[in-house]
Design a protein around this ligand. Structure first.
Ligand SMILES: [Fe+2]
Ligand SMILES: [Fe+2]
Length: 314
């Protein structure tokens, strides 16, 4: 890619980190790489989804199911994981990036930042395609229909949509949207790592997540830099709204949400599923999925609000 034109005059906001990422996008982005042949990589003997991520995997009802039933539930787990990734990209991340790309927060940012954010939006669109292909491959290779439309929006999406509807003005809605995008982009790598690190899992699924994650490490830097730039341009009341949005976003992304599992178990007619989910919900020894907010914490430290945001950091 030829070097980008220099617009770095005194009144235009730029970032050295983001400029470097924008300049090497052509070499590093997954969308620019040759696509692997997914059907060749599919291994019928591997699990489509780790049982460690199935909250009721240790429950007697699940353990008593025939292996064929468990296989279907694991495939559903993967399809639900992909749907969640796609929903976050389409309903949270890209709308937030789009606000940045058109400088809705009036940061006076230059072309390089707008280009980097627009590249990230292309990445997200491509990730959505990658995860759609991954679900489609699972359906095709296993011979099961398992449509996404049988599953609800996750609690995160529902909460973000509620905040959008309840915002007092379009600029308040924009700050809330940016806050959710920031949380998503700075913490998604830990969510993707849940699949990447597991040897028992379908190689295609691990490869999909690994390629996705590589892009996301760069997005985390971009989102972090953009949050600092926007925060700098905000008035005090807007800063408060943005920080409230960050705290809400963190809470939303780490909430326990069984609505998707409920839809899956109902769809599969698992006998006793209601009791299994109730027991799982009430089981205090169950390990909750931990969302890694160390990146958001270091952003808050940079913004000098680590203690003001009302988060009990671990
Ligand atoms: Fe993504
Ligand atoms: Fe991203």
């Amino acid at each position: 890619m030829p070097s980008l034109p220099e617009y770095d005059t005194d009144d235009i906001v730029e970032s050295a980190v983001v400029s470097r990422l924008a300049a090497n996008w052509g070499q590093r982005a997954t969308v620019k790489k040759v696509e692997p042949d997914l059907d060749d990589l599919f291994d019928h003997d591997k699990h489509d989804y780790p049982e460690a991520l199935i909250p009721f995997a240790k429950h007697e009802i699940y353990r008593g199911l025939a292996e064929a039933s468990k296989e279907r539930i694991r495939a559903w787990g993967w399809i639900a994981f992909n749907k969640n990734v796609m929903d976050v990209e389409q309903h949270i991340v890209n709308p937030g990036f789009s606000l940045l790309a058109r400088d809705a927060f009036d940061t006076k940012m230059g072309d390089v930042l707008a280009v980097a954010v627009t590249q990230a939006m292309v990445d997200e669109q491509y990730h959505t395609l990658m995860h759609l292909n991954a679900s489609s491959l699972t359906r095709r290779q296993r011979g099961w229909s398992m449509p996404e439309r049988a599953l609800p929006f996750s609690a995160v999406i529902r909460r973000q949509q509620r905040s959008q509807l309840e915002a007092q003005s379009s600029s308040d809605a924009a700050l809330s949207a940016l806050a959710y995008t920031t949380v998503a982009e700075i913490s998604i790598t830990s969510y993707l790592d849940l699949i990447e690190d597991n040897e028992l899992i379908q190689p295609v699924n691990r490869a999909t997540v690994k390629l996705h994650n590589r892009d996301e490490y760069c997005h985390a830097s971009i989102a972090d830099e953009m949050a600092v730039i926007v925060f700098d341009a905000l008035a005090p009341a807007e800063r408060t709204l943005f920080l409230t949005g960050l705290a809400e976003g963190m809470d939303a992304f780490s909430s326990t949400d069984f609505s998707t599992w409920e839809a899956i178990l109902r769809h599969e007619n698992v006998v006793g599923w209601e009791r299994m989910l109730t027991d799982t919900r009430n089981d205090s020894s169950r390990q909750k999925l931990v969302q890694d907010y160390s990146g958001i914490r270091s952003l808050c430290r940079k913004l000098d609000v680590e203690d003001e945001i009302g988060i009990d950091w671990p």
